[in-house]
Ligand binder design. Structure first.
Ligand code: F6R
Length: 242
């Protein structure tokens, strides 16, 4: 695991974007694993600039979102389908037909999860997975106690994660209670991983993930087993590292 400590979130976004752009430049058909939430927004903005300036061409790349809420329509502005379309697909000039999000409205949830895993496999697998981290150490929506070898499945969001994400909704009651998420085993299959974290609210989770024991109680700690994982943290998020 490589740890890169940068002065601020803007510098972190530049470092993460550089890693991703390098993969896409080497392989224009690269498959990107896409996180939502606020952590990767600066990275996506950097990549969007590269797309606009013609420095990096994402038109042949594919994307697989990490997760999706269950039970909100795809048109809802906070559905991850809408967020990925708005923040990534359009801004990076990706082909919408090649950008996938788990189907949180499927009537047959287990079949939809299996189909998502099959689609990732059929694409050749994720070349670089972009991750944020929850204050409780979750990655994707693999909350504490998730199996370290889990695959895409339905999960219940913890009260803490619902409260953390309430800022994106009108009220806490509007935050969905369930989600579909790539599993920790799915995430670990990516050839490269870059996790970005900013701010003091993430410091404890970052320290547990990087320096703590590998444990299902801190799902991000599984990244210690990944051969090509880079953790890009600003000084505030790095504050609890020894
Ligand atoms: C979202 C996701 C989550 C977030 C995490 C941090 O697709 O996978 O693991 O990365 O909840 O969220 P932010 O970045 O909003 O602090």
């Amino acid at each position: 695991m490589e740890i890169v400590i940068v002065p601020d979130s803007a510098a972190g976004a530049r470092v993460a974007a550089r890693l991703i752009a390098r993969v896409v430049t080497a392989k224009p058909t690269a498959v990107l694993g896409l996180a939502t939430g606020s952590s990767p927004l600066g990275t996506y903005a950097e990549l969007a600039e590269q797309a606009t300036s013609g420095t990096t061409d994402f038109s042949a790349a594919s994307g697989f979102a990490l997760d999706e809420y269950v039970g909100i329509p795809a048109e809802h502005p906070q559905s991850y389908a809408a967020v990925i379309d708005r923040e990534v697909t359009r801004r990076l000039g990706m082909d919408p037909a090649r950008v996938h999000v788990p189907d949180g409205r499927a009537t047959e949830i287990p079949a939809a999860c299996d189909a998502y895993e099959a689609a990732i496999r059929a694409s050749g697998g994720v070349d670089i997975q972009i991750l944020g981290i929850g204050a409780n150490g979750h990655i994707g929506f693999n909350e504490p106690s998730s199996s370290l070898s889990s695959r895409t499945r339905i999960k219940t969001l913890t009260p803490r994660t619902r409260a953390d994400n309430a800022r994106f909704f009108d009220s806490l009651d509007d935050v969905p209670t369930h989600c579909l998420t790539q599993g920790l085993g799915t995430i670990m299959d990516a050839r490269r991983i870059v996790l970005v974290a900013q701010g003091s609210a993430k410091a404890a989770a970052v320290a547990a993930a990087v320096e703590g024991p590998v444990s299902a109680m801190c799902p991000a700690s599984v990244l210690q087993f990944h051969p090509h994982a880079t953790v890009v943290v600003d000084e505030a998020a790095a504050a609890d590292l020894t």
